[in-house]
Design a protein around this ligand. Structure first.
Ligand code: F6R
Length: 260
């Protein structure tokens, strides 16, 4: 696993955007996996800079969001469909027809989940997936206990996640269920880039990067991915035992050499 410790949130966003842009540059019609929440916003801003300066061409790119709340229509300001539209699709000038978000309103949720998986497969798979991490170690909305083999499916949100997301909805008003790409779906992506900032994420980051691989910390599955990058600021890195080593691997990098 590549662990990059940055001096600032801005640097986290720059490094994450660089890794994603690199993975997307490998084919003319690449596929990117999108996350919502606070973590990816800086990275989206850096990707926008690359698009605006002509360094990154997303004209033919396709996009799949990680997750959506069940019961919120795409028009709801707190739905992830709307969040993706306002934080990613519109600012980056992406064609909305190229962006798919799981359907949290489907009459047949299981069929909609299967169709979502099929759409990712038909697009040729996800080249680069951006991830945040929950304070309980979730990625997407794969809460602790999620199967490492899971595919897109409905999940019940934990009380921890509902409390973390109460800032958007108000206490007691966070939806109880969601549809999320599974851990198996996420692991199929060609490159995973997880960003985390702030001391509140330090324990989850340490468990994911250095703890045992366990369903109790779903993000620990990244240890099994060949091309996983974790980009953190000093506060989020503060509980990492191999802190110095991660710095050395980055600072002592020979010219032209890139670790995985
Ligand atoms: C959202 C998602 C979640 C968040 C995580 C961290 O699409 O997949 O896993 O990334 O809950 O949220 P923030 O970034 O708001 O701290």
């Amino acid at each position: 696993m590549e662990v990059i410790i940055c001096a600032s949130e801005g640097e986290v966003a720059t490094m994450a955007a660089a890794r994603i842009a690199e993975a997307l540059s490998r084919r003319p019609d690449p596929v990117m996996g999108l996350a919502t929440g606070s973590s990816p916003l800086g990275t989206y801003a850096k990707l926008k800079e690359r698009v605006d300066s002509g360094k990154l061409d997303l004209t033919r790119a396709r996009f799949f969001a990680l997750d959506e709340y069940i019961g919120l229509p795409p028009s709801d300001p707190n739905s992830y469909a709307e969040t993706i539209r306002t934080t990613f699709t519109e600012p980056l000038g992406v064609n909305p027809a190229q962006v798919r978000v799981p359907d949290g309103m489907a009459a047949d949720i299981d069929a909609a989940c299967d169709a979502y998986e099929a759409a990712i497969r038909d697009a040729g798979g996800i080249d680069a997936q951006i991830l945040g991490i929950g304070s309980n170690g979730h990625i997407g909305f794969n809460e602790p206990g999620s199967s490492f083999a899971s595919r897109t499916r409905p999940k019940t949100l934990t009380a921890t996640t509902r409390a973390d997301n109460a800032r958007f909805f108000g206490e007691g008003r966070v939806p109880t269920h969601c549809v999320t790409q599974g851990l198996g779906t996420i692991m199929d992506a060609g490159r995973l880039v997880l960003t985390a900032t702030g001391a509140k994420k330090a324990a989850a980051v340490a468990a994911a990067v250095e703890g045992p691989v366990t369903a109790m910390c779903p993000a620990s599955i990244l240890q099994f991915h060949r091309y996983a990058t974790v980009v953190v600021d000093e506060a989020a890195a503060s509980k990492l035992q191999l802190h110095e080593y991660y710095r050395d691997t980055f600072d002592m990098l020979p010219e032209g050499y890139r670790p995985h």
